[in-house]
Write a protein that binds this ligand. Sequence first.
Ligand code: PBG
Length: 325
Amino acid sequence: MVFPEYRPRRMRQNDTFRAMIRETRLAPEQMIYPLFIMPGKNKREEVSSMPGVFRLSVDQLKKEAEDCLDAGVRSVLLFGLPEKKDPMGSGAHAKNGIVQRAIQELKNKAPELTVVTDVCLCEYTDHGHCGCLINDQVDNDTTLELLGLTALSHAKAGADMVAPSDMMDGRVSEIRTVLDENDFQNIPIMSYAVKYASAFYGPFRDAADCAPQFGDRRSYQMDPANSREALREATLDVEEGADILMVKPAVAYLDIISRLHDEFDLPVAAYHVSGEYAMIKAAAAKGWIDEERVMAETLLSIRRAGADIIITYYAKEMARLLQKM
Ligand code: PBG
C-alpha cells in the first residue's frame, strides 16, 4: 500500500486515533524518584544546580513520602550525606548511618512506599572514590567486602531493593551471596550494570558532595565510546544474579538501552541523570523551551528506547502531569 491509497495522516487526524495507536506510554509506577538525605533537623536545602531537588533531613521524609505517593510515584532511591567521611567509607554500612535511619523512618511513616538504596562508597569516603584505595588506586577486591556489608545494612534497616552503583567487578555476586546468607533472598538487586564515566553526573556530585578529590572515575566506570562492552558488562551481571539491569546516563545512551532491551530478558532501567535534568531546567528558566513538553518527550524517548523503569528527578512532576492528562 502506497500513496494515494495509503495515507499515514489518516490515523493522526484526531486525538482518539492518535491515542489508539500510541505505542509507548509513561506510567507513574515505572518511575523512581531519587532522594538526598542530610544530617540535622528541619533541613530542606535546594541543590543549586538542580532546581526543584532538595537535600532533606530524616524528619522531612514523612512529608516527602506522602507527596510522592499522592503524585502516584511509589518508589524512591536513597542517597546519603554522612556526618563524617573516612578513607574506607565506613559510614556507608554504619548501623545508625544516615541512609539506614532514613530507611527506618520511611518504613515506619510510609510503609506503602518502596525504598531502593544506592550502594556505593563515594559519598562516604574522604577521597570521594567509589571504593577504598591501596597506593592511590581503587582496590576492587577489598571494596567488595564493604559493598556487601553496605547492602546488608540497608536490608537489615528495611530496604526493599538495593542498587549498586560503584562499578567494581564482582559486586553483584558478592552482594547476592551476603544477602542470601543472611536470609534476604527476597531482596532484589538493581545493578547499575552499564554505567559510563560521564560528565552528566556533575550536578549530582554537588548534591551528594561526592566528587573525587583526585583523578577521575575512568578506571572503573565505562568509556562512553563503547557499546559492545556494555553487553559484556550486562552479561556478567545477569550471571551474577542481577534482577534489573540499569543503563546510566539515559538520553545520551538510548542506543545502549535499546540493545540491552533486545538482547536480555531482564527488566531494563535507565537513569535520567542530574546533568540531563539540569539542562532542561536551565533552558526552561531562560524561556527557551517548553519545560513540560520537553520533560514528557525526553522521558518518553527513554521508554521508547526500551527502558521499563526510569529513575528521574522529574518523577513527581511527570506523574502530576499524567494525573492532569
Ligand atoms: C555514585 C553515583 C553517582 C550517580 C549515582 N550514583 C555519581 C558518580 O558516579 O559519580 C550519578 C547520578 C546523577 O548524576 O544523577 N556512585
